[in-house]
Design a protein around this ligand. Structure first.
Ligand code: ADP
Ligand code: MG
Length: 344
């Protein structure tokens, strides 16, 4: 029986990238297939610093091809990119944008968008040209946090022009997907939208582009990490164990695709009662610090639960933009300063 390239691809499409729901073929790992009679050689390329990943892919690919009727010898060769040159599998840099930073969390509702918005404002206040891109297709909130209802326009070349608020260039999937209910978008569609979206925005010259990722560590997050070359990721968590578990998952997702974690931000660290100044550790204490130490990444900041911060977000202006003297704003300005130094 004749062995075809198609049959081999089909077999390999049953092999999942370790830790993900996505297969290695759709992931773009398979670079070449050579067939000589019954003998098959497959070359793959991937970027990872985790030695378990290529090992598992090789073993599973060999096993998958072994099941092909009539196959003779099987050779699976993996090119593993050196960590320094790898920035996510197949990721490309955005022209004109110096540093792309993803704000991630495993868990929803921990304050990722709040951090993304305020950090972008703080970077801009430090004099860095900054953009903010809301990649949360199912729950976009950046447009609300900046009180913007503007519809972005497009250039003649059909590139999307970002909205401007607070001196920031702003884009949200929410701006574009008004008519298509995100709930009906299936996985592959989401992936395609996300890629198109990230590649078609006319950001211009930026020092920083902050990406507000959707919560979780699934295919959408993986697509984003693969589509653009990231300077690194910041993980947001609360001190609570359930959030820390998910923060850990996010960290391991970035490790697998070789994106460095720039640090951890602990949000909702405590509540200082406005009446008597008493400190209440509502979600526990020290979780962020312990997790940062465990992951060997810096703890970039600890933010209290703060009523003006919540109100400012709801009103459509991040706290850092309206009250730079607020303790939360000062913490964001400090984190932004650290970040600029770390990436300078
Ligand atoms: N430090 C904080 N103090 C008070 N409210 C906060 C704080 N961080 C986030 N929030 C509020 O919690 C809610 C969830 O935050 P959000 O940034 O949307 O989280 P995520 O993007 O992780 O889902 C929002 O209503 C936000 O205003
Ligand atoms: Mg959010």
């Amino acid at each position: 029986m004749q062995i075809t390239e198609e049959a081999i691809r089909e077999r390999l499409a049953a092999v999942k990238y370790p830790g993900f729901n996505r297969d290695i073929v759709s992931f773009g790992l398979v670079k070449a297939i050579d067939i000589h009679g019954a003998d098959v050689a497959v070359r793959m390329a991937l970027a990872t610093s985790d030695p378990e990943v290529p090992k598992a892919i090789k073993e599973q690919s060999e096993a998958a091809l072994g099941g092909l009727p009539g196959v003779g010898s099987i050779r699976v060769v993996l090119d593993i990119q050196a960590p320094a040159q790898a920035a996510g599998v197949g990721a490309v840099s955005i022209p004109g944008v110096k540093h792309v930073i993803a704000i991630a969390s495993g868990k929803g509702g921990v304050g990722k968008s709040t951090v993304a918005a305020n950090l972008a404002v703080a970077l801009q206040m430090h004099g860095a040209a900054t953009g903010l891109c809301d990649c949360d297709l199912y729950g976009p909130s950046i447009s609300l946090m900046f009180g913007s209802r503007e519809r972005p326009s497009a250039t003649e070349e059909n590139r999307i022009i970002p909205v401007e608020e607070c001196g920031l260039k702003l884009m949200s999937m929410g701006f574009l997907l008004e008519d298509a209910s995100p709930a009906i978008l299936r996985g592959p569609m989401v992936t395609r939208y996300t890629q198109q979206f990230l590649r078609q925005v006319e950001w211009g010259e930026l020092d920083f582009l902050i990406l507000d990722l959707p919560p979780g560590t699934g295919d959408i997050q993986l697509t984003i990490v693969q589509t653009v070359a990231l300077a690194g990721a910041i993980i947001v968590t609360t001190p609570q164990e359930v959030a820390l578990i998910d923060a850990r998952k996010a960290a391991s997702m970035f490790a697998k695709v070789n994106v460095s974690v720039l640090g951890l931000i602990e949000n909702m660290s405590c509540f200082i009662s406005p009446g008597d100044g008493a400190r209440h550790e509502i979600f526990g204490s020290g979780g962020g610090r312990r997790e940062a130490a465990r992951l060997r990444v810096p703890l970039l900041g600890e933010l209290p639960i703060d009523i003006p911060t919540r109100e400012a977000g709801d009103r459509g202006r991040p706290i850092t933009a309206v009250s730079p003297e607020n303790p939360v704003s000062r913490e964001f300005l400090r984190i932004a300063h650290k970040l600029r130094e770390a990436l300078a």
